[in-house]
Design a protein around this ligand. Structure first.
Ligand code: URA
Length: 205
């Protein structure tokens, strides 16, 4: 696929989309989050990653995957031989959902209503970027991508044809790896995650 020059129609349309997203009120999450965390990366990327939703740090930075889960993601992507600068990274839900506990903002799982409301943006991003392969990180991303409930264990690590002609690929969310208490299991699961990313990237021509 030819690189899309900055200023091209697609880049312009993406900028306009991002601007529009900044004022999103499709669900109630905008009321408490700091800002919309929109996707980022080349608009002609062949590989797209979809996370769950911004975390505390992403909410403040305005960028996806820059906090603890982002560090795991970066490490895995690098080990899989993928250059993060070449891929498009976004989230199924674009506002941070949390519960305030004293000074701390604790991550809260997005509900199906929020995922559904935000699916519109993913649809727009996908229509512009047209990735060959889209990797869903975890169940929320998988639900958003496929429009149905997904059991990760059953559907991970294999290509899934998407209605728009692209290919989906399902794997775990990097936060899952952070939560594993057993060090050996965590290392095994990390290696499996890296292998998923490597296999997904190998599908790109
Ligand atoms: N987790 C996600 O799913 N996305 C982010 O951007 C950060 C953490």
């Amino acid at each position: 696929k030819a690189r899309t020059a900055p200023g091209s129609n697609i880049a312009g349309a993406w900028e306009a989309l991002r601007e529009e997203a900044m004022g999103c009120t499709r669900c109630d999450l905008y009321k408490h989050a700091t800002q919309v965390v929109f996707g980022e990366g080349p608009v002609d990327a062949k590989l797209m990653f979809v996370g769950e939703q911004p975390g505390d740090q992403e909410d403040q930075a305005g960028r996806p995957f820059v906090g603890p889960a982002g560090q795991v993601f970066d490490r895995a992507v690098a080990q899989a031989g993928i250059d993060r600068a070449e891929v498009y990274v976004t989230n199924a839900v674009k506002h941070f959902k949390f519960e305030q506990r004293g000074p701390r903002r604790i991550h809260a799982k997005p509900g199906t209503g929020e995922i559904e409301a935000c699916r519109w943006w993913i649809g727009q991003e996908r229509a512009l970027v047209k990735p060959q392969v889209t990797v869903a990180l975890g169940a929320t991303a998988a639900r958003s991508l496929l429009g149905r409930a997904v059991t990760i264990g059953r559907e991970r690590s294999k290509p899934i044809p998407l209605p728009d002609g692209g290919e989906g690929w399902i794997t775990v969310h990097p936060s899952y790896l952070l939560r594993l208490p057993d060090k050996v299991q965590a290392e095994e699961e990390f290696a499996r995650f890296v292998e998923d990313l490597r296999m997904a990237a190998a599908r790109v021509s």
